[in-house]
Design a protein around this ligand. Sequence first.
Ligand code: PEP
Length: 288
Amino acid sequence: MARQFFVGGNFKMNPGSVEQKKNIIDILNQADLDPSTEVVIAPPALYLIPLKGLVRKEIQLAAQNCYFKTSGAFTGEISPTQLVDAGIPYVILGTFLPPAAPRYAKTYSIPSGHSERRTLFHETSEFVGNKTKAALDASLKVILCVGETLAEREARKTTEVVNAQLQAVVDILKDTAYWRYVLPDVPGSTRTQVPLCSNIVIAYEPVWAIGTGKVATAVQAQDAHAEIRQFLKTRVSESVAETTRVIYGGSVTAANCKELATQPDVDGFLVGGASLKPEFVNIINAMK
Ligand code: PEP
């Protein structure tokens, strides 16, 4: 089954001015974009709503984070339901390693998230896990980041680390309907069954490649993606493995995207730095 190519732009806390932001949006609005690629941009939360009105309608918006409660005294946070209310369909989150899970605790004491959130903001595994579940509960789609550090790769632990990160998600969701079917209950619409895998895009983001200019080779990316698909096949189901998009993130540029995109298990990209530049258009059009 063909998986739709997916390109996300993670603007992080950029750009620094409204004028720069306008330039990026103008470029995207005027560009000849491959209509068969799903495109999502994730600006800082403050700009989600204004950009939704400014960017062409084929480009969807993602929040860079969300909290796991619906509402309450949580200063500075945004809830998944508030994002849905604002018409934002996606959120970027990381996977997590439950500190309480004995089989992971020995090897991995540091929990994960988007690597910048776990290293800079010390997010715990349980916290990110709750956010993942809350986001799916609210019908947000999740871009789920996984990936190993350089030390873990050099110790040949990439598959072990990524599988543990994925297993932690499966563990928290396994008693729910997420890995089977959800029944969206939208007033006025017909109730249909939707496989959960369409609500999760897995982003393989080796920590050593994020923001470093050091991109994984096409072979390294393909190997890691194939392992992720194998994990989904054995631990979830063959159909989830077949249909879930696994995208690559880490120093993707116009110069390296085409070769990465030719790999059979690379279904797109999560782009940081280059999503703020005109070359983002070339990355969106990598399959053209
Ligand atoms: C990211 O932060 O998700 C990312 C992939 O960043 P960069 O493309 O700058 O490495």
